[in-house]
Design a protein. Sequence first.
Length: 332
Amino acid sequence: MTEPDPVLSEFPEYDENFRAGFASFVGRPNAGKSTLTNALVGEKVAITSSKPQTTRHTIRGIVHRPQTPERPGAQLVLVDTPGLHRPRTLLGSRLNDLVVDTLSEVDVVGFCIPADEKVGPGDRFIAGQLTKVSHKPVVALVTKVDKIPKDQLAEQLIAVDQLGREHLAGEKKQAEGFTAIIPVSAVKGEQVDVVADKLIAMMPKSPPLYPTGELTDEPEVVMVAELVREAALEDVRDELPHSIAVTVEEMNPREDRPADKPLLDIHATIHVERDSQKGIIIGKGGSRLKAIGAQAREGIVKLLGTPVYLDLHVKVTKEWQRDAKKLNRLGF
Ligand SMILES: Nc1nc2c(ncn2[C@@H]2O[C@H](COP(=O)(O)OP(=O)(O)OP(=O)(O)O)[C@@H](O)[C@H]2O)c(=O)[nH]1
């Protein structure tokens, strides 16, 4: 047994076979990483969007598996990384550094590859990057299997197996390629438990790391910024996704409110790169900005469980993706 720890008060009798550790999903943008994280955790913690590259921050979801007489309990902490992709801008290369840093700290990597898209250069690039953390086991997760007919799956599994053998082979512990290949549909809930079982089996024996109620350790401010970003990305033209960042300037309970009627004041800024984009975000007579505010507010109220006054501003922060100083200020 280890030293007493505040978390352990919740687990007075955890089994010595309890497993706990970290897993991280990588994959091309839109490969289904966030959706799989949500399906595993069972609640919406990571932000998903049909637009690529929306997961900028490391958001963790935690799978809590209670102990039963048949099997020891476990905690699987999921670190949801940004899409690993070929760096085109400074932001891109920063994201990739972040990914490699994150991966060096996890116990297993889940490489998400969509079932309905051919294994391509993007996947080979990522597989190549994974050799930078060559001591980590990598499980291939063939996502979105509900999107293809069953008879096409075998072909994709073979292609994925080949990718693992060609790109991970030669490194000491990845010599056989992927440790496992698991087809899964996060949307239909097919094989999600198989994924959880496999990842948990690869966790080290360890006392519980987090209290059971905890779904994410991301600061609330970052979650709020992500909700605003998600709302701002709804229905926008294709050029916008890469050009939006959100900062939260202020988040404070309003003074002089009665205890039973609290109100949280939030001031946030949506950063875009060009005046034309500012126009798109604001919309005719401010209509889009209003809609963004309403949608974001709904999500924030749900997240924080308190009434919220949300004040949104749109600001042109020129070339923020390429400017290191500005990136720092925006928290990347
Ligand atoms: N049919 C189907 N669609 C899925 C499944 N998983 C994800 N999707 C869809 O694929 C799109 C991308 O999913 P995300 O989970 O946001 O992908 P991601 O890899 O986190 O994307 P980035 O944040 O860009 O890296 C969304 O429109 C999802 O609804 C699945 O199992 N089945």
